[in-house]
Write a protein that binds this ligand. Structure first.
Ligand SMILES: Cc1cc2nc3c(=O)[nH]c(=O)nc-3n(C[C@H](O)[C@H](O)[C@H](O)COP(=O)(O)O)c2cc1C
Length: 150
């Protein structure tokens, strides 16, 4: 499972750590978890993945430039080779998140990836609960992959 993220703040870094912790849970076996920053993720990483989790802040009503750069560099290289790739997104937003969600959903529709979890928007003042939600999402994705249901 591939986690593609841009985590410029301590809170986002904590969210990423929680996703990795959940995905690497002892409750799940046989799932290799790879976490790469969006700016360093290349097409080969995606082609090797059986599922993807995206993590980004919302900046100026859109996904981070780093995640957009990932899509810009890899969109056509992934096209037709990653149909149905199970995917989930986590957005950290100061007060909104909808622009980022819409933009990512639109790109994923173009790529024909399959969004298998409701988009998670962690918005407003940072809450400890976000960490637990991230961990649960990571675990849920890994367990679903192990069970062969995504
Ligand atoms: C330049 C800039 C633009 C931002 N634009 C938005 C925005 O359009 N919508 C929103 O909900 N939050 C916005 N934010 C807030 C960020 O989403 C938030 O600072 C980021 O997720 C990190 O939060 P954290 O420090 O709790 O991790 C913006 C932050 C910055 C620095």
């Amino acid at each position: 499972m591939l986690i593609i993220s841009h985590t410029p703040s301590p809170n986002l870094q904590r969210m990423l750590t929680a996703i990795i912790t959940g995905a690497s849970s002892k409750e799940v076996s046989g799932i290799e978890v790879k976490s790469i920053t969006a700016l360093k993720t290349v097409t080969e990483d995606v082609l090797k993945a059986d599922a993807v989790i995206l993590l980004t802040p919302e900046n100026l009503g859109y996904m981070s430039g780093a995640l957009k750069d990932f899509f810009d560099r890899n969109y056509y290289l992934c096209m037709d080779k990653t149909d149905g790739l199970p995917c989930a997104m986590v957005i950290r937003a100061g007060n909104d998140g909808t622009g980022t969600r819409r933009a990512i959903e639109s790109i994923l529709t173009g790529l024909r990836w399959k969004v298998v979890q409701a988009p998670m928007i962690c918005k407003g003042d940072f809450q400890q609960d976000f960490i637990q939600q991230c961990e649960e999402l990571g675990l849920s994705m890994a367990a679903s992959l192990e069970a062969g249901i995504i």
